[in-house]
Design a protein around this ligand. Structure first.
Ligand SMILES: C[S@@+](CC[C@H](N)C(=O)[O-])C[C@H]1O[C@@H](n2cnc3c(N)ncnc32)[C@H](O)[C@@H]1O
Length: 337
């Protein structure tokens, strides 16, 4: 580290040893970025580390709390050409570490999901799938293992249980749990490390009693993490279900032991933030993440990838989709620059 002083008219002179060490020739583009305790100076190069791709906005469930009930966007599947442009575009990001196939639809219902998985695997980075797990049958499990998918996040909460009932899937929970067990057994039988499993649970007043039991379920299933999230209420009625500003913190056990091959792991619960309001941090900025919608539109975070209302403290808020560019019109690296 080296101290520098601002000169007249806001000019900066970088120390000569930094200039030499980092090859900072005249014309090198750098960007200033506000960070928690100051400003960081970074090279202006495609620096995304994570890409979230929404391959479809359609879903095989119709959850009552889902943004899909109220959004103002056209539904659709990502075309093969768009997906190819996304994967090709991601090759320009030397720091890319992970691709997540997720979003607000159910990725496994995309008719070309398996081909997409294979193409994405060619990037050679970590791959996560976010799914409700209903379609994760034996054939699908085989392909996920072949593509070296390393993390599966399964949405399993009372909202999903209600949605199974609405869809007359009386065995919905058992089907999802069986699918997860089979995926792991198949991995072990093939001598592979099973994908890391996580459970995602939306916490509300009406399902608080279940939260304490989740670590037990996670342990039985071999899941190594639980993501608890707060409900974003999309109707005035649902606003009464949110847990923001509770006096008591969420009661969740500290963790659970998991045996994975020769390793003993410790499962963890990621609890949600319990205060609504200004929080000068953004998980997506910290992860250097980009979000790509089904139509190729690139957004800075999940919250801004669709247009929808929500209700907080008795007020209706409108979110409008924010798109930085579209992979049809520009290479991803130019959009992100
Ligand atoms: C919208 S789903 C879509 C992906 C996939 N079909 C699935 O079920 O995982 C993604 C996650 O968002 C959660 N979710 C749905 N509506 C929500 C809301 N209003 N507030 C917070 N989370 C919500 C779901 O429970 C699920 O865990």
């Amino acid at each position: 580290m080296s101290e520098i002083r601002i000169e007249e008219h806001g000019r900066l002179t970088l120390p000569a040893d930094y200039v030499a060490r980092h090859g900072l020739e005249a014309g090198t583009r750098l960007v200033f970025e506000p960070i928690e305790d100051g400003l960081a100076l970074r090279f202006a190069r495609p620096d995304a580390r994570r890409a979230y791709i929404e391959v479809t906005t359609r879903c095989n469930l119709n959850c009552a709390v889902c943004v899909r009930q109220v959004w103002r966007d056209d539904p659709g599947d990502m075309s093969w050409e768009t997906f190819q442009a996304v994967i090709e575009g991601l090759r320009a990001f030397p720091e890319l570490r992970r691709v997540t196939l997720g979003g607000f639809g159910e990725p496994l219902i995309h008719p070309r999901f398996l081909e997409m998985l294979t193409l994405a695997a060619g990037l050679g980075v970590g791959m996560t799938l976010t799914t409700n797990g209903l379609l994760l049958d034996e054939a699908m499990a085989e392909r996920l293992l072949d593509a070296h998918l390393d993390t599966v996040v399964i949405s399993l909460d009372t909202v999903h249980v209600q949605a199974y009932q609405q869809a007359r899937l009386t065995d919905g929970v058992d089907r999802v749990l069986d699918n997860l067990r089979r995926l792991q057994e198949m991995a072990r039988a093939q001598g592979r490390v099973p994908p890391r499993l996580g459970l995602e649970f939306v916490v509300m007043h009406s399902n608080l009693e279940w939260v304490e039991q989740l670590p037990n379920l996670a342990q039985q299933l071999g899941a190594s993490f639980i993501i608890l999230s707060n409900l974003l209420p999309h109707t005035p009625e649902l606003a009464t279900e949110t847990l923001y500003d509770q006096e008591q913190p969420l009661q969740v056990s500290g963790g659970w032991a998991l045996k994975v091959g020769d390793w003993l792991l410790w499962g963890v619960v990621r609890a949600p933030r319990m205060k609504w309001g200004a929080w000068r941090r953004c998980r997506f900025i910290e992860e250097r993440a980009m979000i790509i919608g089904w139509d190729g539109g690139v957004s800075p975070c999940y919250a801004l990838m669709h247009s929808y209302p929500y209700y907080i403290y008795g007020r209706r808020k409108e979110v409008s989709r924010h798109v930085l560019g579209n992979v049809y019109e520009q290479p991803l690296a130019d959009i992100w620059a």
